[in-house]
Design a protein around this ligand. Structure first.
Ligand code: G6P
Length: 609
């Protein structure tokens, strides 16, 4: 994680660097810093603990005027998130910013300490600064020094270097996490992604894994892992791709929750032929659903829960067995995979380190790789045989909302396509499902009517130290997602459980202080869930029931609150019921005064494992 930026400009660059860092805050906000070369090529830094605003204050008190510089916004891995550990890390020869982890930092540190090097910080990054400095002190040029040090570093990292006295040179290196180069007129840029560079240029070159680049104001020379010069083609990023404004909303999260009818509609228009009532996949898939014996899904966080719901769909609609695992387990479990099957990955960012590593593992096992991604220029998109894009637009809130419902929409379309190809869905079944999907954006818009009812729960939920979420079938992954959302932004401990598992443990937790949120649309499992609700009620648990009119009538129980959703078919219900789940977490956290867009300790794009 962490965001890195470098600018070779024509005049003072510190403000531009901070602007670019603001666009990278989704990668972490534990501390931030900037280093520039001041008169005569002297290195100067400003660093501050916490969010970028603190760094801006420092820069206004002591401005920097250099026309070349690097910057960083941190998600702490090694060392506490204080100013001392904030990047850039520097010696008298250079400053460096880093995203990722240097895994062999202990042995390198011991080696340097034995030679008498004293360390100022607890970070792994300072080792890089010291190793390169050592080479420069031996008389090597910055380029030679970096070339000598990179092969010694193990782990996943992106680096940007600024050298004292070198007013026309930045060096960037990519080993794992992405790094992009921006081409300007007489100016050049480095950034963790094209989003950071969007205010300056729309011409961007993505470094490939193992590449490192030497930038001057007039161009860039890229070398591969072995030091051989390589060509990487610049791409034009369409204007407006990364625009994200809060509009009239208080938070990006609120705006993104409210955008869902629109972005789900937009995504649907891409996957459904409204005239014929058929699913149309935007790309030709390099495999046939018909001949698959099984498929696997892996992802992290909210994307994983989208995958878990998709498992129910693929198995029910296409009778295709699905194995699913969180990517951090999948990659190290090294599961046996029969060649020629499908491995599907779900990711908003397309950069999540564990998901990417799982993708590479599956590829090596001869799987067809299909990724459902939101960022179409991401590493996962580039490394997949086919992608099924979600058209959620830029998601800024760290807690994923609209990306989730768009992922579900795409996954359901894929499951319908699989069902058709495998002969488990008829023309009529497909037409009915498509009809339900087409009605979905309208139902989502209508669902916002439940918001006041949800807001009224603030006080009860904010008082709780634990909250339980229950659901069956596709409502079970939704219960997991609901608990995750609440944890992420309100810091209240929450657990999601399959309602049937209640009696195997969590029932012991139930008393008058434990809110239990039950997700139970009217479907074939409703009766079973009602039994579980009775078990909760009998023990004094406070139930918040999320259901539809028919469900509310049939259940007919006393609850703390019953949220009555518009009626949807059981298949599309999980997409619709994501909304109240998100709103419950959002309003509770806002009521508690939490920073819902940038919750503590989290980051939006997790490029470390
Ligand atoms: C982080 C984010 C989550 C996201 C997860 C997976 O934990 O905070 O919102 O679901 O990463 O990210 P991805 O980009 O792969 O969907």
């Amino acid at each position: 994680m962490c965001g890195i930026v470098g600018i070779l400009g024509k005049s003072a660059v510190a403000t531009q660097i901070v602007d670019a860092l603001k666009r990278l805050e989704y990668r972490g906000y534990d501390s931030a810093g900037v280093a520039t070369l001041e008169d005569g090529g002297r290195l100067e830094r400003r660093r501050a603990e916490g969010k970028l605003g603190n760094l801006e204050v420092k820069l206004s008190e002591a401005p920097l005027s250099g026309a070349i510089g690097i910057g960083h916004t941190r998600w702490a891995t090694h060392g506490r998130p204080n100013e001392r550990n904030a990047h850039p890390h520097a010696t008298e020869k250079l400053a460096v910013v880093h995203n990722g982890i240097i895994e062999n930092f202990r042995e390198l540190k011991e080696e340097l300490q034995a030679e008498g090097v004293r360390f100022e910080t607890e970070t792994d990054t300072e080792i890089v600064a010291q190793l390169v400095t050592k080479e420069i002190l031996k008389g090597k040029s910055p380029v030679e020094a970096v070339a000598g040090v990179l092969p010694r570093l193990r782990g996943a990292f992106a680096l940007a270097f600024l050298f004292a006295g070198e007013e026309d040179q930045l060096i960037g290196a990519r080993h794992g996490p992405p790094l992009a180069i921006g081409h300007g007129e007489g100016e050049m840029y480095l950034g963790s992604d094209a989003v950071a560079l969007a205010p300056f240029t729309d011409e961007v070159t993505y470094l490939e894994d193992g590449d490192w680049a030497v930038l001057s104001r007039h161009g860039v020379q890229i070398r591969d892992l072995k030091g051989r010069p390589v060509e990487r083609k610049p791409q034009r990023i369409p204007s407006g791709t990364f625009m994200a404004e809060k509009g009239n909303h208080r938070h990006f999260m609120a705006k993104e929750i409210y955008e869902q009818p629109e972005v789900v509609g937009r995504t649907l228009a891409h996957y459904v032929d409204f005239a014929t009532g058929r699913v149309k996949l935007p790309a030709t898939l390099p495999f046939d659903f018909k001949t698959l014996k099984r498929m696997s899904i892996s992802a992290c966080g909210t994307a994983y829960y989208a995958g878990l719901i998709a498992k129910y769909w693929f198995e029910r609609l296409a009778r295709l067995p699905v194995e699913i695992d969180v990517a951090s387990e999948f990659r190290y479990r090294e599961p046996p995979m029969d060649e020629g099957e499908l491995a599907l990955f779900v990711s908003q960012s397309g950069e999540t380190a564990d998901t990417l590593a799982s993708l590479r593992y599956a590829k090596a096992q001869g799987q067809h790789i299909l990724s459902v991604v939101n960022v179409q220029t991401s590493t996962m998109a580039r490394e997949s045989a086919a992608i099924a894009p979600t058209l959620a637009g830029t998601e800024v809130g760290v807690a994923s909302t609209k990306a989730f419902t768009c992922q579900l929409t795409v996954l359901l379309c894929l499951a319908i396509a699989a069902g058709r190809a495998r002969g488990t869905l008829s023309d009529k079944d497909e037409a009915e499902l498509v009809d339900e999907l087409i009605r979905l954006p309208g139902l989502m818009a209508e669902a916002f009517k439940v918001e006041p009812r949800i807001e009224a729960l603030n006080r009860d939920l904010a008082r709780a130290t634990d909250v339980l979420y229950l659901g069956r079938g596709t409502s079970y992954p939704l219960a997991l997602e609901g608990a995750l959302k609440l944890k992420e932004i309100s810091y209240i401990h929450a657990e999601g459980y399959a309602a049937g598992e209640l009696k195997h443990g969590p029932i012991a937790l139930i008393d008058e202080d434990l809110p239990v949120i039950v997700i139970a649309p009217h479907d074939h499992l409703l009766e079973k869930t009602v039994s579980n609700m009775q078990e909760v009620a009998a023990r004094g648990g406070k139930i918040v029931l999320v259901t539809d009119a028919r469900g509310a009538e049939e259940i007919g129980m006393d609850t703390l609150a019953t949220i009555v959703m518009p009626t949807a078919s059981p298949t599309v219900a999980p997409i619709l019921y994501a909304l109240p789940i998100q709103l419950i977490a959002y309003h509770t956290a806002v009521f508690m005064g939490k920073d819902v867009d940038q919750p503590r300790n989290l980051a939006k794009s997790v490029t470390v494992e």
